[in-house]
Design a protein around this ligand. Structure first.
Ligand code: F6R
Length: 369
C-alpha cells in the first residue's frame, strides 16, 4: 500500500504533482474562468464580504498565512490569519460581512471545529477548505471547497499542504473574479500558471538528491534556522515545523526582516540556516533585502542553505548550498519552495533512525483541545 516507497510520507511527497492537478480539476471552465459553485456561497454573498479571517492549526495555519498574501493581493479584501486555539478565546469581532475560512486536512481538528461554531454563532459565513469528504468541519460549515489530495496517512502533512495552497489561491481568485477586481495580470493568466504547477512540482522532485545528501550531512546538528520574506516566511515556518516534528530537532522559522530585532544573536559559527528567497522578478526590493540578510548571517559564520529560483545569480556568492526551484509567479512560489523542505526533514529524520510516518507524541488528527 506504500506503492514501493519505504514510508507513506515519501509516497505522499511524490504524489504532490497529481494532488495539485486533482485539486485544480474541473474548477477552471472552458472560458478560462473559475467555477466554484459547489462551494455553495453565492456571488452576492462574496461581494458583501468586508473582512476575511483565516483560522487553522499547524501546517494548515501556514497555508492560511500564505492565503493572506493571495487574498489581499488578488481579491483586495482585508484578511487576518489566526491560530484556531487563539481565535476562540480572544473575543474576535465578527459579523455577517465577515467570511471565516477554516483550513483543515482532517476536518476533525477540535480547535478548528470550535472556531467554526463560534463564527457561526456570531452570524459569520464559514468556508471550510478540507481534504476529508463529509468530515465534521465541512458538515458544520456554510460552504466547503475540498482539496483532492487523496488520503494522507503520514502524520506530517505534505500533499495536503500543497493542495490547501491551491484551494486558497482558487478562493482568492474567485473572490477577485466575482468582485471584478483588477490586479495587473488577468485571472485567466494566473489560472494558466496554476495549471502549470504540477509540472513544476515534478521538476523539483526530480532534483532532490543533493537535498537528501545535505540532510544526511546535517543529522548531528542540534538546531536549524529557517528564514523567509513575503510568502517565503510561512514556507520557512513550515520547514521548521517539519524538522521539529520529524527529526525532533530544534528548528525555528523567522521573517528575515526580524533578524536584526533579535534572532541574529542566535547566529553562530557553522549554524545551518535555510533561506527561502523570493523571485527577483516579483518585488525586487524584497529579493534584494533577503540577499543582504544572507550576507549578514554568513558574515557571522552561518552555513547558508539557500532556496532560490533558477537564474537568480545574485544569491550565488553567499550560498554554501544552493537549492534551485523553477521560476514561478511570486505568490505561487510556496508550491515549489516547500517541497525541498519536506524532503529535507524526511531524509534527516530517517538518517537519525526516526519513524517518519509516526513521529513520537503526535496524532494525525487532534480531536482534543
Ligand atoms: C503538521 C501537521 C499538523 C496539522 C494540524 C492541523 O505536519 O500535520 O500540524 O497540520 O494538526 O490538522 P488539520 O489540517 O487536520 O486540521
Amino acid at each position: 500500500e506504500k506503492g514501493g516507497y519505504d514510508h507513506f510520507m515519501l509516497k505522499e511527497i511524490a504524489e504532490q504533482p497529481r494532488a495539485v492537478a486533482d485539486t485544480l480539476l474541473g474548477r477552471i471552465g472552458s472560458d478560462g474562468l473559475l467555477t466554484l459553485d459547489e462551494m455553495r456561497l453565492s456571488d452576492q454573498e462574496l461581494r458583501d464580504v468586508s473582512k476575511i479571517i483565516v483560522v487553522a492549526c499547524g501546517t494548515s495555519y501556514h497555508a492560511g498565512l500564505i492565503a493572506k498574501y493571495a487574498i489581499e493581493h488578488w481579491a483586495r479584501v482585508p484578511c487576518e490569519v489566526e491560530l484556531a486555539s487563539e481565535f476562540r478565546y480572544r473575543d474576535p469581532i465578527l459579523n455577517r460581512d465577515t467570511l471565516v475560512i477554516v483550513i483543515s486536512q482532517s476536518g476533525e481538528t477540535m480547535d478548528t471545529l470550535m472556531a467554526v461554531r463560534h463564527a457561526r454563532e456570531q452570524r459569520s459565513r464559514v468556508l471550510a477548505i478540507c481534504n476529508v469528504n463529509g468530515s465534521t468541519i465541512p458538515r458544520e460549515s456554510d460552504a466547503v471547497l475540498y482539496t483532492h489530495a487523496g488520503p494522507e496517512i503520514a502524520v506530517a502533512s505534505t500533499k495536503a499542504f500543497l493542495t490547501q495552497l491551491v484551494a486558497c489561491y482558487l478562493v482568492a481568485l474567485y473572490i477577485a473574479q466575482v468582485r471584478g477586481v483588477k490586479f495587473g495580470d488577468e485571472i485567466t493568466q494566473i489560472l494558466d500558471r496554476l495549471a502549470g504547477m504540477p509540472a513544476k512540482v515534478e521538476e523539483v522532485l526530480a532534483t532532490m538528491e543533493p537535498v537528501r545528501a545535505l540532510a544526511r550531512s546535517l543529522a548531528d546538528e542540534r538546531c536549524v534556522l529557517f528564514l523567509g520574506r513575503h510568502v517565503g516566511f510561512p514556507v520557512a515556518l513550515e520547514g521548521a515545523l517539519k524538522l521539529k516534528e520529524l527529526a525532533y530537532m530544534h528548528a525555528e522559522g523567522f521573517a528575515a526582516g526580524e533578524l536584526k530585532h533579535g534572532p541574529i544573536a542566535l547566529i553562530d559559527r557553522g549554524l545551518p540556516v535555510v533561506v527561502v528567497v523570493p523571485s527577483p522578478s516579483g518585488q525586487r526590493v524584497i529579493h534584494d533585502k533577503i540577499v543582504s540578510n544572507i550576507q549578514e548571517i554568513r558574515a557571522r559564520g552561518a552555513r547558508t542553505i539557500v532556496i532560490a529560483e533558477e537564474g537568480d545569480t545574485a544569491v550565488e556568492p553567499y550560498a554554501d548550498t544552493l537549492i534551485r526551484v523553477p521560476a514561478v509567479e511570486t505568490l505561487l512560489q510556496p508550491l515549489v519552495a516547500a517541497v525541498p523542505l519536506q524532503v529535507f526533514a524526511c531524509e534527516l529524520a530517517t538518517a537519525k533512525g526516526h519513524d517518519v510516518d509516526q513521529p513520537r507524541n503526535l496524532a494525525k488528527s487532534v480531536t482534543v483541545e
